[in-house]
Ligand binder design. Structure first.
Ligand code: CA2
Length: 143
């Protein structure tokens, strides 16, 4: 199985500010955790992070015919982006929405997720382990 992990804007700043919300681990720690999980589970993984909506749309489109699953934390674009929703729907690849924090317990504007409609499930509030759970979900259900 070949899984694409997409992280949206500011995820590259993890561990630098707001440790009470996002923890103390860095983006490099997250990539290391995802790569270790992929090795343990014998799946292939590619990690992609961008601060730009169009680049995320491009990456989803490029996944067509190459990846069997997508793990996506669109970060702030979760709450605004019809373009990312449309891209996920256009490629028809099973996707899991991940949030490090429990967005359901945060501000009103974080209660809306445009991408959720194109995702099999949502994992939120489990910290970085949410990405591990998402990989296992895709492997168990679509691998
Ligand atoms: O909880 C999540 O994973 C989020 O997707 C993270 C986004 C936020 O906009 C979503 O509502 C929930 C934020 C990404 C990281 O932002 C940082 C801000 C300060 C310091 C480090 C990262």
């Amino acid at each position: 199985m070949n899984i694409l992990v997409i992280n949206g804007p500011n995820i590259n700043m993890l561990g630098i500010r707001e440790p009470e919300i996002y923890g103390r681990n860095t983006y490099a720690d997250l990539v290391a955790l995802i790569e270790k999980t992929a090795k343990d589970e014998r799946v292939k993984v590619k990690c992609f992070q961008s601060n730009h909506e169009g680049e995320i749309v491009d990456e989803i489109q490029k996944a067509y015919g190459i990846f069997d699953g997508i793990v996506i934390n669109p970060a702030a674009y979760t709450h605004t982006s019809v373009a990312i929703l449309d891209a996920l729907q256009s490629v028809c690849i099973p996707a899991v929405e991940v949030h490090i924090s429990d967005v359901s317990k945060r501000e009103d504007f974080r209660q809306i997720s445009y991408v959720r409609k194109a995702c099999e499930t949502t994992i939120a509030g489990h910290g970085l382990n949410g990405y591990v759970e998402a990989i296992l979900y895709l492997k168990n259900n679509f691998g």
